[in-house]
Design a protein. Sequence first.
Length: 319
Amino acid sequence: MSEFTDCFPEISGNTVNGLGESNPRKPSPFFWHPPHRQTHGKLQKKVTDYHRQSPAIREEFSPTPPGGRGPKTIEQSPEVVDKDAAEWSDIVKHFALSNESDLVGITAMDPLYVYEGYEVNEPWVITIGVTMDYEELSQAPPSFDNPATAVVVAKEYNRAARACRYLANYILSQGYYAKAYQGPYASALNMLPAALASGFGELGKHGSIINRTYGSSIRLSAVTTDMPLIADQQDEFGADDYCTRCKACSNACPPGAIADEKQLVRGEMKWYVDFDKCIPYFGEALGCAICLSRCPWSRPGNATNILKSLAKRNAKKHD
Ligand code: SF4
Ligand code: SF4
């Protein structure tokens, strides 16, 4: 039995997450939220305190990590720069890609992206992705002797934080409202569905995004804004179908938290990771990430090969 098990509340994390619920609803604030706003705050504190016993992890998760967390928020300019939505969309994407982001996409705000009890009024979400170095990711699970994977995760959360803060400040300087959202501590915005809608990829069986170029080696941040923008399209390239035939993550997951069948979660059939099974191992293994590192899409160069094999398979189907 894990030392984290004692910190579980009576209610299952899967119940809080809406497993088995047939109606769509906003997600409940849960893990990576302030302890007083969620049911699992004590467990979260136990996990983060444990991880911070590693000096290397503690340094990256400190308020002043080596690379920094980005600039302070500036005042919104009273002068609004007038351009049309297509121009602004190009400009913000170019700005983000020139300022520490590896991926950027735009989607219209959906109330279901906002956690229960929070309010977000901006009509647009700009999602940002940064990639994690595979050499370090592939050393998962991290340990106190070799925390490389946990350190790269923290380091890239910091880069994603800088990227969204640079972008938010740029938008504010153009006279529009903007708010930056950086991980790992989520606030109002559930970034994952927004990133899927903005073209980052498909949801994988391991509960994270599969991107057509970087696989599962990405971390997210976001900016919400009232700047006029144009939404991107969702990117569907066969990853969901691939997951139905692949078991690399579910077989590799030590506590068996990854289900091989989709499940009903808040009105949607989707891949789902059992929180109650995952988190004790995630806690002990300093953030684990085995599932991300074993995903064949994450191995550099392999995504292109998988896309080619999916294209061949599709071509045969239609012969
Ligand atoms: S993080 Fe680790 S324990 Fe959790 S689902 Fe992934 S492989 Fe399993
Ligand atoms: S390891 Fe396989 S099943 Fe798991 S998310 Fe990646 S492609 Fe899907």
